[in-house]
Design a protein around this ligand. Structure first.
Ligand code: VG1
Ligand code: CO
Length: 559
């Protein structure tokens, strides 16, 4: 027998090795409970702790992919450091655990709303997203993995808890030993026993936005006007460039290229971290106007995974709570809402400015716990739907994630040609009253001290204090301990304490401050909320004995 006839057998053998699932023994790793939006840890934990990433991938399979019957899975992320390695792991484990079709955006980069649009448009069974959102990236920063279900919504708690439970029982990981290869061109190829489709995700997402807005009208409106978008080197940059090129605003996007370390910036679109844009808009770090004539007609910053937005005008900062209320008041100018809004919602710590508009319009307003996953069921039941969070999140039922670029286009849609953003706000407050609003964040504090502070508040027996819990009106699921509210009816003020669920170190305490002024004077219209609310902050801090429990005098960030 010659050697030649053996070749076909060898090929089959090689193929067999490549497609056969391999198994690695492992042990459970503690600390894999997903928080407000996925599991976030220091990048070095994911990268260097042996089996950390593989274990979490397998827990995703055992807790969600297999029981939910996921066959088509979108896998992508915000492009931060370690994303491609993690993407390869997710695909390798998914292909060995029954996923038949992997859909990956070109270069593996997709914004969070873009991924939600992909899941919905392709009718995929879900997505695994490699992102820690607005947390800093890079080798010394954070990395994270979250997952979305077949409706494109962030996984609800039943699923995240199931994944967590599995992470505590793992004994092995199944994977295929196939390299992910190049992702820079759309196309389809085999990936072990699964197929791998690389897709032009931006087209899918931009088409989705075109269903929400009138691009022709926006283009006409924008002629001769300046718009400046700070994409913070995050995932939404390329889509933002495509949209604003179409709208005739070339060079509207700064820091548009997604970078693994976000160009060294902290991709959190607030007044502290988007300071370059803030300076260009004539505002200081507290939100105070420095120059009312300075800046573009509309300025906006987006976060690392493109779901957050900060809206600015000339010398003017729009708090996210006000942004939501204004969009609600002028919803009829947004084509997506042309049938009228069925309902609106805000997370509990978001200011009640939205409620005042909703009640005037006769639209139902829901109050949910913090985190976009709580909006999913409401959107399904009441569309068209508008919702948002104080943490720079705004969106609608066009996808199931908050959407930074959507919010920018929504603002451009509601503005009159000859109107400045500051005028819109003043008119809104004159009509509905003004909710002064600010948030203090105390980051990476001692977790035990923080827990003790919450216990102290619960134990005070003060009837101004209550704790927020929620029953989902659609599926009856419950969420408890979602923030402690201090209601000061004597002064129309409210403070809320809440523990963050997105940090990667110790605990982060958030203090949300709000004061309602029903009939604002000129001075009230000019007021800078962060500066007006220091007395309220002090009142809440004293009641909580915050300084004694968490050993901090000043917050790390005020937004
Ligand atoms: C924060 C915000 C919350 C938001 C979440 C995810 O959560 O407060 O409103 O939904 O981040 O946003 P926490 O638990 O840290 O307060 V993003 O842009 O990270 O997906
Ligand atoms: Co985000």
């Amino acid at each position: 027998m010659t050697g030649a006839p053996l070749k076909p057998y060898l090929d089959v053998m090689l193929l067999w090795i490549a497609v056969t699932a391999l198994q690695l023994d492992t042990k459970p790793i503690l600390g894999m409970r997903p928080g407000t939006s996925g599991l976030r840890k220091k990048t070095k934990v994911w990268r260097d702790e042996p089996m950390f990433t593989l274990n979490f991938c397998q827990a995703l399979m055992d807790g969600w992919v297999k029981p939910a019957g996921v066959k088509t899975l979108v896998v992508g992320g915000d492009g931060r450091y370690y994303s491609l390695e993690a993407l390869e792991r997710v695909c390798q484990v998914a292909a060995a655990n029954g996923v038949e079709r992997l859909v990956v955006p070109v270069n593996g980069v997709v914004s969070t709303p873009g991924a939600s649009a992909l899941v919905r448009t392709l009718k995929a069974d879900g997505a695994v997203l490699l992102t820690a959102s607005h947390n800093p990236g890079g080798e010394d920063g954070d990395f994270g993995i979250k997952f979305n279900t077949a409706d494109g919504s962030p996984a609800r708690e039943v699923w995240t808890e199931a994944v967590y439970d599995q992470s505590r029982e793992l004994s092995s990981v199944q994977y295929v030993d196939v390299p992910i290869g190049s992702l820079d061109e759309p196309g389809e190829r085999a990936f072990g026993p699964a197929s791998l489709q690389i897709i032009d995700d931006i087209s899918v997402y931009v088409d989705q936005l075109k269903q929400c807005f009138d691009f022709e009208a926006l283009k006409a409106k924008l002629e001769g006007k300046q718009v400046l978008i700070d994409a913070m080197h995050g995932a939404a940059g390329p889509a933002a460039v495509r949209v604003f090129d179409e709208l005739g605003c070339r060079d509207a996007v700064m820091r548009s290229e997604p970078l693994p370390d976000f160009g060294g910036c902290h991709p959190d679109p607030n007044l502290k971290w988007a300071h370059e844009l803030r300076d260009k808009c004539g505002i200081d770090a507290s939100g105070k106007t420095i120059d009312a004539e300075q800046g573009p007609w509309l300025g906006a910053a987006l976060d690392g995974d493109g779901d957050r937005n900060m809206i600015l005008g000339k010398g003017c900062f729009v708090t996210p709570s006000d942004s939501l209320a204004v969009l609600c008041a002028r919803a009829d100018r947004i084509p997506w809402f042309s049938q009228g809004l069925k309902a609106v919602a805000r997370s509990m710590p978001t200011s009640r400015a939205l409620d005042r508009v909703a009640s005037k319009l006769g639209v139902t307003c829901f109050e949910t716990p913090t985190g976009w996953k709580y909006f999913g069921n409401l959107m399904e039941a009441h569309s068209p739907f508008l919702c948002g969070e104080e943490s720079f999140g705004t969106g609608s039922n066009h996808v199931r994630e908050k959407d930074g670029l959507w919010a920018v286009l929504a603002w451009l849609s509601i503005l009159n040609d000859n109107e400045q953003i500051s005028d819109v706000l003043r008119a809104h407050w004159s009509k509905f009253g003004r909710d002064l609003y600010a948030r203090y964040d105390y980051e990476a504090v001692d977790a035990q001290g923080a827990d003790a502070m919450f216990d102290h508040l619960r134990g005070l027996g003060d009837d101004r204090i209550s704790e927020f819990s929620y029953v989902d009106p659609v599926d009856g699921s419950t969420a408890t301990k979602q923030g402690i509210i201090l209601n000061f009816d004597d002064t129309d003020e409210r403070a809320v304490f809440r523990l963050s669920g997105t940090g990667s170190q110790g605990a982060t305490v958030r203090l949300y401050l709000e004061k309602y002024i029903a009939e604002p004077t000129d001075a009230d219209l000019d007021a800078t909320p962060a500066l007006e609310l220091t007395h309220l902050a002090k009142r809440a801090i004293d009641i909580a004995s915050l300084e004694a429990f968490i050993k901090r005098q000043d917050p790390d960030v005020i937004t």
